[in-house]
Design a protein around this ligand. Structure first.
Ligand code: CP3
Length: 327
């Protein structure tokens, strides 16, 4: 069994490493393909492109996992929303109130997963956005998201309640679509979790995730990683006790001195600051040593506390991987 899967199952092994957003704009080989396409969506819907780009960082760095080259906005796309990625604007979603998920629209992703599994033995991570994060991209524009406030959220509470329920079912279905295609582990990116107060975090993050995990685990034993980015300490604590969750991914704001507040019976992933990887040097070395030390006695997957930044130099990633390997 791979060290990634062993760690996800709670065993202490040599520290595996992969990086959120490892496939993408920091890689020249990605940019070369990207330049041939006007529309990012075309790339996400081409199984050959999915296969090639997913494997790029694995080939270059010898990482311990591959993550499917896809996006959390594939669910809105397959549910009748217009999804666009205009240069420098962040993603834009034209919301479709009906929000009816058609799984066949994501057959190219399934095909991409199958392709990767025929070519490579590397553990493959599938993913979705959590219900709240997915919805926040559907209902709010970039400016609203950047200054998400209580009024805006509570004004929409009833409407959001309904869609959270729909998304909880859709996400469980799409997860199983990926499981059946051959993924080895599954991550739920709840990147916008930090927008919510404790009450809404429980209602829109913890409770739906509990249902999603229960549903997936009733059909498969795939390991599940949850990433409630920027949740409060009590939020992280409650999330970590979600029944049958295998691993919690910690963002870079999580204070590792509070590790012992979390569920001791799961594994951990994270949490180097992406800016430290961007800048490299002694500061990166120092922090990565501290992370390895803090997790010395825990099953731990080395990762960032959020995605790789586009300007990150290749040599810093190489250095990071080497340091974790030599640990
Ligand atoms: O390597 C990997 O981790 C796999 C691929 C991946 C992408 N998106 C590809 C992508 C993953 C895991 C995601 C998840 C994702 N997408 C999240 C959750 C994680 C996070 O970062 O918080 C979110 C919030 C999104 C939504 C999204 N998609 C954003 C904010 C952007 C950037 C838009 C912009 O204009 O800067 C995207 C586009 C996107 N998704 C790119 C990639 C490689 C950039 C592609 C490009 O412009 O060439």
């Amino acid at each position: 069994m791979s060290i990634l899967i062993e760690t996800l199952k709670g065993k202490k092994t040599k520290t595996p490493i992969w990086l959120m957003r490892q496939a993408g704009r920091h890689l020249p080989e990605y940019i070369k393909i990207r330049q041939k396409y006007k529309d990012l969506m075309e790339m996400f819907l081409d199984p050959e492109v999915i296969t090639e780009i997913s494997l790029q960082p694995v080939k270059r760095y010898g990482l311990d996992a591959c993550i499917v080259f896809s996006d959390i906005l594939m669910i809105p796309y397959a549910s009748g929303c217009d999804v666009g990625f205009k240069e420098g604007m962040g993603p834009q979603v034209k919301f479709n109130e009906k929000f009816k998920f058609e799984s066949h629209k994501l057959d190219p992703v399934t095909k991409g997963i199958e392709n990767i599994k025929t070519i490579s033995k590397i553990p493959l991570i599938g993913f979705v956005g959590g219900p709240w994060t997915t919805l926040s991209y559907c209902l709010f524009d970039k400016e609203e998201r950047s200054q998400m406030n209580k009024d805006l959220i509570y004004k929409n509470e009833k409407r959001i309640d309904n869609y959270i329920d729909d998304l909880t079912d859709i996400i469980s279905n799409y997860a199983m679509q990926q499981v059946n295609a051959g993924i080895d582990a599954f991550q739920i990116f709840e990147s916008a979790a930090g927008d919510l107060d404790d009450y809404l975090f429980e209602k829109w993050v913890v409770n739906p995730t509990l249902k999603i995990v229960k549903e997936i685990k009733s059909k498969s034993d795939i390991p599940i990683i949850g990433f409630p980015r920027n949740a409060s300490t009590s939020g992280y604590r409650n999330y970590s006790f979600i029944n049958q969750l295998d691993c919690i991914c910690l963002d870079y704001n999580f204070n590792l001195q509070q590790l012992d507040l979390l569920n001791p019976n799961i594994s951990y992933q994270g949490n180097l600051h992406p800016k430290l990887l961007l800048n490299g040097g002694d500061e990166m070395d120092k922090e990565l040593e501290e992370i390895l030390l803090a997790f010395r006695d825990y099953p731990h997957i080395f990762n960032l506390g959020h995605g790789v930044l586009p300007e990150t130099p290749i040599k810093n990633v190489e250095r990071l991987v080497q340091k974790v390997r030599n640990n």
